[in-house]
Design a protein around this ligand. Structure first.
Ligand SMILES: [Zn+2]
Length: 296
């Protein structure tokens, strides 16, 4: 046996792997890798408990223990706004460089008045990657406790910049960006409306983000159709397995036309999501089936 120059291990179960690509990462600054979703949950589980205890103590301090707004937390559309279009993001870094982020959003409910959602989470490639805590409150003094560290100044810029992996990000015009955002909202709304309650819960979608790249690079099926705005959409579908369960991952993409750098058209992902439901699978297999890899 020879000692390896490069070797990696799961930070939870210590399983040894040859390739960092087979590990999952949820933090940007400290490269802690994990072999599975289960190991991520086990590793951070005690921190989740710690933050829940903190919330209980703070609610006692501000006399809002009985405030029960949990309906707002279970509503995917509120969570989508909190994580995709927050009003505030705060970054708190300790002296070791470890980061925890606070996402905060204000909502004006017609019946319910103004309330806030606040979350403590980890962020990887500028997107929430592991959620420690989400709470809903109308109590501003409790909300203020979530404002820790430094508030980020340019949220749109931060959320748009996902580490620059896809390469063409820098060249998208704000017009295209807006089109994509509005299509994304429409797709997400119809997806959430039609999907079965037994399917993978919306709040777990972020755990499946890692399957997007693989789905785009080696799809089982790709469908294309032109939408009402005259844009060419592509649906990439691939069967995957995670923690012993199989599911489909879908990526809806849009052709935004030729790019400056490349000769062919640029196809950008709009929305990626997992599903274990056969009905959802069938409903997204529409348009013209085309084979092969279309990633430009
Ligand atoms: Zn592990």
């Amino acid at each position: 046996m020879k000692l390896k120059e490069n070797f990696y291990f799961c930070n939870n179960c210590k399983k040894i792997v040859d390739d960092p690509e087979s590990l999952y990462f949820v933090e940007s600054v400290i490269p802690r890798g994990f072999c599975s979703e289960i190991c991520i949950k086990e590793f951070y589980g005690p921190i989740v408990d710690y933050y829940e205890k903190c919330e209980d103590d703070l609610r006692k301090k501000y006399k809002c223990e009985t405030e029960n707004l949990s309906d707002f937390i279970s509503d995917p559309s509120f969570l989508e706004k909190l994580f995709a279009e927050p009003d505030e993001i705060w970054r708190n870094q300790n002296s070791l460089g470890e980061e925890v982020f606070s996402f905060i959003s204000k909502f004006d409910g017609e019946m319910d008045g103004t309330f806030y959602l606040a979350s403590l989470c980890l962020v990887f490639e500028n997107k929430p990657s592991f959620i420690f805590l989400v709470t809903a409150t109308k109590e501003v003094s409790l909300l203020n406790e979530f404002r820790i560290g430094k508030e980020l100044e340019n949220l749109e810029e931060f959320l748009k910049n996902d580490g620059g992996e896809s390469g063409s990000d820098g060249q998208i015009s704000s017009e295209v960006f807006e089109t994509i955002e509005s299509k994304k909202s429409a797709f997400l709304a119809s997806l959430l409306e039609q999907r079965s309650s037994k399917d993978i819960p919306y709040e777990d979608f972020y755990c499946y983000d890692i399957f997007m790249e693989d789905t785009l690079e080696g799809p089982d099926e790709v469908y294309t159709e032109r939408d009402r705005d005259g844009d060419d959409l592509f649906t990439y579908i691939k069967a995957h397995e995670k923690d012993g369960k199989s599911f489909y991952y879908f990526v809806i993409c849009m052709n935004i036309g030729p790019s400056i750098e490349e000769a062919g058209d640029t196809i950008l992902p709009i929305l990626g999501f997992p599903s274990q439901d056969g009905d959802t699978y069938n409903s997204y297999r529409k348009g013209k089936l085309i084979s092969g890899n279309l990633k430009s």
